[in-house]
Design a protein around this ligand. Sequence first.
Ligand code: C2E
Ligand code: MG
Ligand code: MG
Ligand code: MG
Length: 292
Amino acid sequence: RSKEHGRGTYQLYSPAMNSKAPDLLALENGLRYAIERDELLLCYQPKINIQTGAIMGLEALIRWQHPERGLVSPATFIPLAEETGLIIEIGEWVLRTACQQTVEWHRQGLQPLSVAVNLSARQFFQPNLPEIVAQVLLQTQLDPQSLELEITETTAVKNMDFTKSVLAQLKDLGVHIAMDDFGTGYSSLNYLKELPFNTLKIDQSFIRDLKPKSKDVEIINAVLGLGRGLKLDIVAEGVDSEEQLTVLQSLECEIVQGYLFSRPLPADEITKQLEANWLDRKNRNLINRRFK
Ligand code: C2E
Ligand code: MG
Ligand code: MG
Ligand code: MG
Protein backbone atom coordinates (compact mmCIF):
# COMPACT_ATOMS: atom_id res chain seq x y z
CA ARG A 1 0.00 0.00 0.00
CA SER A 2 1.46 3.31 -0.97
CA LYS A 3 1.68 6.27 1.37
CA GLU A 4 -0.71 8.33 -0.71
CA HIS A 5 -3.53 6.23 0.64
CA GLY A 6 -2.75 7.65 4.06
CA ARG A 7 -3.33 6.03 7.38
CA GLY A 8 -6.23 3.94 8.36
CA THR A 9 -6.76 2.41 4.96
CA TYR A 10 -5.20 -0.94 5.76
CA GLN A 11 -7.87 -3.56 5.60
CA LEU A 12 -7.69 -6.82 7.41
CA TYR A 13 -9.10 -9.85 5.76
CA SER A 14 -12.40 -10.73 7.37
CA PRO A 15 -14.57 -13.78 6.72
CA ALA A 16 -17.21 -11.51 5.24
CA MET A 17 -14.75 -10.20 2.68
CA ASN A 18 -13.49 -13.68 2.08
CA SER A 19 -16.85 -14.83 0.86
CA LYS A 20 -17.09 -11.84 -1.46
CA ALA A 21 -13.60 -12.19 -2.81
CA PRO A 22 -14.10 -14.52 -5.80
CA ASP A 23 -16.94 -12.36 -7.00
CA LEU A 24 -14.93 -9.18 -6.71
CA LEU A 25 -12.00 -10.86 -8.37
CA ALA A 26 -14.13 -11.80 -11.36
CA LEU A 27 -15.49 -8.28 -11.54
CA GLU A 28 -11.98 -6.88 -11.33
CA ASN A 29 -10.80 -9.09 -14.18
CA GLY A 30 -13.72 -7.97 -16.27
CA LEU A 31 -12.95 -4.34 -15.51
CA ARG A 32 -9.43 -4.77 -16.87
CA TYR A 33 -10.85 -5.30 -20.35
CA ALA A 34 -13.89 -3.07 -20.09
CA ILE A 35 -12.31 -0.18 -21.99
CA GLU A 36 -10.96 -2.18 -24.92
CA ARG A 37 -14.17 -4.19 -25.12
CA ASP A 38 -16.07 -0.95 -25.31
CA GLU A 39 -18.24 -1.75 -22.29
CA LEU A 40 -17.90 1.63 -20.59
CA LEU A 41 -20.54 4.22 -21.23
CA LEU A 42 -20.54 7.84 -20.21
CA CYS A 43 -23.87 9.33 -19.24
CA TYR A 44 -24.62 12.99 -18.61
CA GLN A 45 -26.96 14.59 -16.10
CA PRO A 46 -28.01 18.22 -16.53
CA LYS A 47 -27.59 20.90 -13.90
CA ILE A 48 -30.61 23.19 -14.01
CA ASN A 49 -31.03 26.81 -13.01
CA ILE A 50 -34.33 26.61 -11.11
CA GLN A 51 -34.97 30.33 -11.35
CA THR A 52 -34.92 30.29 -15.18
CA GLY A 53 -35.18 26.64 -16.24
CA ALA A 54 -31.94 26.86 -18.24
CA ILE A 55 -29.45 24.03 -18.41
CA MET A 56 -26.22 25.24 -16.82
CA GLY A 57 -24.08 22.27 -17.65
CA LEU A 58 -23.80 18.50 -17.45
CA GLU A 59 -22.11 16.09 -15.10
CA ALA A 60 -20.45 13.10 -16.73
CA LEU A 61 -21.25 9.86 -14.88
CA ILE A 62 -19.75 6.56 -15.91
CA ARG A 63 -21.64 3.29 -16.41
CA TRP A 64 -20.33 -0.20 -17.05
CA GLN A 65 -22.40 -2.42 -19.28
CA HIS A 66 -21.24 -5.80 -18.10
CA PRO A 67 -21.81 -8.58 -20.67
CA GLU A 68 -23.42 -10.88 -18.05
CA ARG A 69 -24.38 -8.71 -15.12
CA GLY A 70 -25.93 -5.85 -17.03
CA LEU A 71 -25.42 -2.33 -15.76
CA VAL A 72 -22.89 -2.16 -12.92
CA SER A 73 -23.10 0.95 -10.73
CA PRO A 74 -20.04 3.19 -10.39
CA ALA A 75 -20.55 2.89 -6.64
CA THR A 76 -19.49 -0.74 -7.10
CA PHE A 77 -16.73 -0.56 -9.67
CA ILE A 78 -15.09 2.82 -9.02
CA PRO A 79 -13.80 1.64 -5.61
CA LEU A 80 -12.52 -1.51 -7.32
CA ALA A 81 -10.85 0.58 -10.00
CA GLU A 82 -9.30 2.72 -7.25
CA GLU A 83 -7.93 -0.29 -5.44
CA THR A 84 -6.41 -1.87 -8.52
CA GLY A 85 -5.11 1.32 -10.10
CA LEU A 86 -7.33 0.80 -13.16
CA ILE A 87 -8.90 4.15 -12.27
CA ILE A 88 -5.98 5.94 -13.92
CA GLU A 89 -6.81 4.52 -17.34
CA ILE A 90 -10.57 4.67 -16.82
CA GLY A 91 -10.36 8.22 -15.48
CA GLU A 92 -8.44 9.41 -18.51
CA TRP A 93 -10.98 7.74 -20.77
CA VAL A 94 -13.79 9.58 -18.93
CA LEU A 95 -12.00 12.92 -19.17
CA ARG A 96 -11.21 12.54 -22.87
CA THR A 97 -14.69 11.26 -23.76
CA ALA A 98 -16.44 14.05 -21.85
CA CYS A 99 -14.25 16.74 -23.41
CA GLN A 100 -14.67 15.33 -26.94
CA GLN A 101 -18.41 15.08 -26.54
CA THR A 102 -18.70 18.62 -25.20
CA VAL A 103 -16.70 19.99 -28.13
CA GLU A 104 -19.07 18.07 -30.39
CA TRP A 105 -22.09 19.71 -28.70
CA HIS A 106 -20.43 23.11 -29.08
CA ARG A 107 -19.78 22.43 -32.78
CA GLN A 108 -23.44 21.60 -33.23
CA GLY A 109 -24.19 24.99 -31.72
CA LEU A 110 -26.53 23.46 -29.19
CA GLN A 111 -25.61 25.46 -26.11
CA PRO A 112 -22.46 26.76 -24.46
CA LEU A 113 -22.56 23.78 -22.13
CA SER A 114 -19.92 23.02 -19.56
CA VAL A 115 -19.10 19.52 -18.44
CA ALA A 116 -18.16 18.29 -14.96
CA VAL A 117 -15.89 15.28 -14.53
CA ASN A 118 -15.46 13.41 -11.24
CA LEU A 119 -11.93 12.70 -10.04
CA SER A 120 -11.34 9.94 -7.53
CA ALA A 121 -8.63 10.22 -4.88
CA ARG A 122 -6.05 8.10 -6.65
CA GLN A 123 -6.58 9.98 -9.88
CA PHE A 124 -6.18 13.28 -8.09
CA PHE A 125 -2.96 12.14 -6.45
CA GLN A 126 -1.33 10.80 -9.59
CA PRO A 127 1.78 12.93 -10.07
CA ASN A 128 1.00 14.22 -13.57
CA LEU A 129 -2.73 15.03 -13.39
CA PRO A 130 -2.32 18.68 -14.51
CA GLU A 131 -0.27 17.52 -17.53
CA ILE A 132 -2.92 14.97 -18.47
CA VAL A 133 -5.70 17.55 -18.21
CA ALA A 134 -3.64 20.04 -20.25
CA GLN A 135 -2.99 17.39 -22.90
CA VAL A 136 -6.64 16.35 -23.18
CA LEU A 137 -7.72 20.00 -23.46
CA LEU A 138 -5.17 20.57 -26.21
CA GLN A 139 -6.08 17.43 -28.11
CA THR A 140 -9.83 17.93 -27.91
CA GLN A 141 -9.67 21.73 -28.25
CA LEU A 142 -12.21 22.19 -25.48
CA ASP A 143 -12.28 25.66 -23.98
CA PRO A 144 -10.85 25.07 -20.45
CA GLN A 145 -13.62 27.25 -18.99
CA SER A 146 -16.09 24.60 -20.14
CA LEU A 147 -14.49 21.94 -17.95
CA GLU A 148 -15.15 21.52 -14.25
CA LEU A 149 -13.33 18.92 -12.19
CA GLU A 150 -15.11 17.54 -9.11
CA ILE A 151 -13.22 16.32 -6.08
CA THR A 152 -14.64 15.35 -2.71
CA GLU A 153 -13.74 16.93 0.61
CA THR A 154 -12.22 13.66 1.70
CA THR A 155 -9.85 13.73 -1.26
CA ALA A 156 -9.05 17.41 -0.81
CA VAL A 157 -7.96 17.12 2.80
CA LYS A 158 -5.73 14.04 2.50
CA ASN A 159 -2.70 16.21 1.88
CA MET A 160 -3.49 19.91 1.92
CA ASP A 161 -0.15 21.10 0.54
CA PHE A 162 -0.38 18.72 -2.37
CA THR A 163 -4.04 19.62 -2.99
CA LYS A 164 -3.22 23.31 -2.97
CA SER A 165 -0.47 22.92 -5.49
CA VAL A 166 -2.48 20.67 -7.84
CA LEU A 167 -5.54 22.91 -7.70
CA ALA A 168 -3.36 25.96 -8.42
CA GLN A 169 -1.96 24.21 -11.50
CA LEU A 170 -5.42 23.19 -12.67
CA LYS A 171 -6.74 26.72 -12.14
CA ASP A 172 -3.82 28.03 -14.21
CA LEU A 173 -5.11 25.91 -17.08
CA GLY A 174 -8.42 27.75 -16.78
CA VAL A 175 -10.58 24.86 -15.61
CA HIS A 176 -13.13 25.16 -12.80
CA ILE A 177 -13.03 23.16 -9.59
CA ALA A 178 -16.01 21.83 -7.65
CA MET A 179 -16.19 20.28 -4.22
CA ASP A 180 -18.47 17.27 -4.49
CA ASP A 181 -20.56 15.75 -1.68
CA PHE A 182 -20.08 18.90 0.40
CA GLY A 183 -21.04 18.38 4.01
CA THR A 184 -20.18 14.69 4.26
CA GLY A 185 -16.46 15.06 4.95
CA TYR A 186 -14.72 17.36 7.38
CA SER A 187 -16.40 20.52 6.08
CA SER A 188 -13.78 22.72 7.65
CA LEU A 189 -14.16 26.36 6.72
CA ASN A 190 -10.41 26.43 6.42
CA TYR A 191 -10.60 24.49 3.15
CA LEU A 192 -12.93 27.06 1.69
CA LYS A 193 -10.43 29.71 2.64
CA GLU A 194 -7.35 27.89 1.40
CA LEU A 195 -8.56 26.12 -1.73
CA PRO A 196 -9.74 27.81 -4.95
CA PHE A 197 -13.13 26.17 -5.47
CA ASN A 198 -15.64 27.63 -7.93
CA THR A 199 -18.52 25.39 -6.91
CA LEU A 200 -19.83 23.54 -3.87
CA LYS A 201 -22.16 20.64 -4.47
CA ILE A 202 -24.37 20.09 -1.43
CA ASP A 203 -24.57 16.37 -0.81
CA GLN A 204 -27.85 14.58 -1.48
CA SER A 205 -28.15 13.54 2.17
CA PHE A 206 -29.19 17.15 2.95
CA ILE A 207 -31.78 17.12 0.16
CA ARG A 208 -33.26 13.65 0.63
CA ASP A 209 -35.68 14.47 3.48
CA LEU A 210 -35.84 18.19 2.80
CA LYS A 211 -38.92 19.73 4.42
CA PRO A 212 -39.83 23.31 5.33
CA LYS A 213 -38.49 24.40 8.74
CA SER A 214 -36.16 21.43 9.07
CA LYS A 215 -32.50 21.43 10.09
CA ASP A 216 -31.67 20.62 6.49
CA VAL A 217 -33.23 23.95 5.48
CA GLU A 218 -31.02 25.87 7.90
CA ILE A 219 -27.91 24.04 6.77
CA ILE A 220 -28.64 24.60 3.08
CA ASN A 221 -29.44 28.23 3.79
CA ALA A 222 -26.10 28.68 5.54
CA VAL A 223 -24.24 27.07 2.62
CA LEU A 224 -26.10 29.32 0.17
CA GLY A 225 -25.01 32.29 2.28
CA LEU A 226 -21.41 31.11 2.14
CA GLY A 227 -21.76 30.79 -1.60
CA ARG A 228 -23.03 34.35 -1.99
CA GLY A 229 -20.29 35.73 0.25
CA LEU A 230 -17.47 33.76 -1.28
CA LYS A 231 -18.81 33.99 -4.85
CA LEU A 232 -19.15 30.24 -5.21
CA ASP A 233 -21.78 28.45 -7.25
CA ILE A 234 -23.87 26.22 -5.02
CA VAL A 235 -25.44 23.12 -6.55
CA ALA A 236 -28.05 21.03 -4.72
CA GLU A 237 -27.63 17.36 -5.66
CA GLY A 238 -30.24 14.65 -5.77
CA VAL A 239 -33.41 16.72 -6.19
CA ASP A 240 -36.08 14.19 -7.08
CA SER A 241 -39.36 15.66 -5.80
CA GLU A 242 -41.39 18.79 -6.32
CA GLU A 243 -41.50 19.29 -2.58
CA GLN A 244 -37.71 19.55 -2.47
CA LEU A 245 -37.77 21.90 -5.45
CA THR A 246 -40.28 24.20 -3.74
CA VAL A 247 -38.15 24.46 -0.61
CA LEU A 248 -35.00 25.13 -2.64
CA GLN A 249 -36.74 27.83 -4.67
CA SER A 250 -37.95 29.51 -1.51
CA LEU A 251 -34.33 29.59 -0.31
CA GLU A 252 -33.31 31.18 -3.62
CA CYS A 253 -31.08 28.29 -4.46
CA GLU A 254 -30.21 28.58 -8.16
CA ILE A 255 -28.67 25.37 -9.43
CA VAL A 256 -29.91 21.84 -8.88
CA GLN A 257 -29.28 18.40 -10.26
CA GLY A 258 -31.57 15.44 -9.88
CA TYR A 259 -34.01 12.89 -11.25
CA LEU A 260 -36.87 15.39 -11.04
CA PHE A 261 -35.36 17.10 -14.10
CA SER A 262 -33.45 14.24 -15.67
CA ARG A 263 -31.64 11.01 -14.97
CA PRO A 264 -28.11 10.71 -16.30
CA LEU A 265 -28.53 9.93 -20.03
CA PRO A 266 -26.27 8.71 -22.84
CA ALA A 267 -24.83 11.46 -25.06
CA ASP A 268 -27.13 10.82 -28.03
CA GLU A 269 -30.21 11.19 -25.85
CA ILE A 270 -28.88 14.42 -24.39
CA THR A 271 -28.25 15.62 -27.96
CA LYS A 272 -31.81 14.82 -29.01
CA GLN A 273 -33.24 16.61 -26.03
CA LEU A 274 -31.04 19.65 -26.47
CA GLU A 275 -32.03 19.77 -30.14
CA ALA A 276 -35.68 19.51 -29.28
CA ASN A 277 -35.20 21.95 -26.45
CA TRP A 278 -37.17 19.38 -24.52
CA LEU A 279 -35.31 19.60 -21.25
CA ASP A 280 -35.57 23.35 -21.18
CA ARG A 281 -39.28 23.22 -21.89
CA LYS A 282 -39.91 20.53 -19.34
CA ASN A 283 -37.94 22.46 -16.74
CA ARG A 284 -39.80 25.68 -17.38
CA ASN A 285 -43.06 23.81 -16.91
CA LEU A 286 -41.96 22.32 -13.62
CA ILE A 287 -40.73 25.66 -12.39
CA ASN A 288 -43.66 27.75 -13.55
CA ARG A 289 -46.10 25.37 -11.96
CA ARG A 290 -44.43 26.21 -8.65
CA PHE A 291 -44.88 29.93 -9.07
CA LYS A 292 -48.43 29.97 -10.40
P1 C2E B 1 -21.55 11.89 -7.45
O1 C2E B 1 -20.45 12.46 -8.23
O2 C2E B 1 -21.91 12.57 -6.18
O3 C2E B 1 -22.78 11.80 -8.45
C1 C2E B 1 -24.12 11.96 -8.09
C2 C2E B 1 -24.84 10.64 -8.03
O4 C2E B 1 -26.20 10.88 -7.65
C3 C2E B 1 -24.92 9.89 -9.35
O5 C2E B 1 -24.91 8.50 -9.05
C4 C2E B 1 -26.29 10.31 -9.86
O6 C2E B 1 -26.84 9.41 -10.81
C5 C2E B 1 -27.08 10.28 -8.58
N1 C2E B 1 -28.29 11.10 -8.65
C6 C2E B 1 -28.53 12.17 -9.42
N2 C2E B 1 -29.75 12.66 -9.20
C7 C2E B 1 -30.31 11.89 -8.25
C8 C2E B 1 -31.61 11.90 -7.59
O7 C2E B 1 -32.47 12.73 -7.83
N3 C2E B 1 -31.81 10.95 -6.64
C9 C2E B 1 -30.88 10.03 -6.33
N4 C2E B 1 -31.18 9.10 -5.40
N5 C2E B 1 -29.66 9.98 -6.93
C10 C2E B 1 -29.39 10.91 -7.88
P2 C2E B 1 -24.03 7.48 -9.90
O8 C2E B 1 -24.03 7.87 -11.33
O9 C2E B 1 -24.48 6.12 -9.52
O10 C2E B 1 -22.57 7.74 -9.35
C11 C2E B 1 -22.23 7.50 -8.02
C12 C2E B 1 -20.86 8.04 -7.68
O11 C2E B 1 -19.86 7.33 -8.42
C13 C2E B 1 -20.67 9.50 -8.07
O12 C2E B 1 -21.22 10.34 -7.07
C14 C2E B 1 -19.18 9.57 -8.15
O13 C2E B 1 -18.61 9.70 -6.87
C15 C2E B 1 -18.82 8.21 -8.71
N6 C2E B 1 -18.62 8.32 -10.17
C16 C2E B 1 -19.51 8.29 -11.16
N7 C2E B 1 -18.91 8.45 -12.36
C17 C2E B 1 -17.59 8.62 -12.11
C18 C2E B 1 -16.43 8.83 -12.93
O14 C2E B 1 -16.50 8.96 -14.16
N8 C2E B 1 -15.22 8.91 -12.29
C19 C2E B 1 -15.12 8.82 -10.93
N9 C2E B 1 -13.90 8.91 -10.38
N10 C2E B 1 -16.18 8.62 -10.13
C20 C2E B 1 -17.40 8.53 -10.71
MG1 MG C 1 -19.96 14.32 -8.81
MG1 MG D 1 -22.03 14.19 -5.16
MG1 MG E 1 -21.33 10.81 -4.27
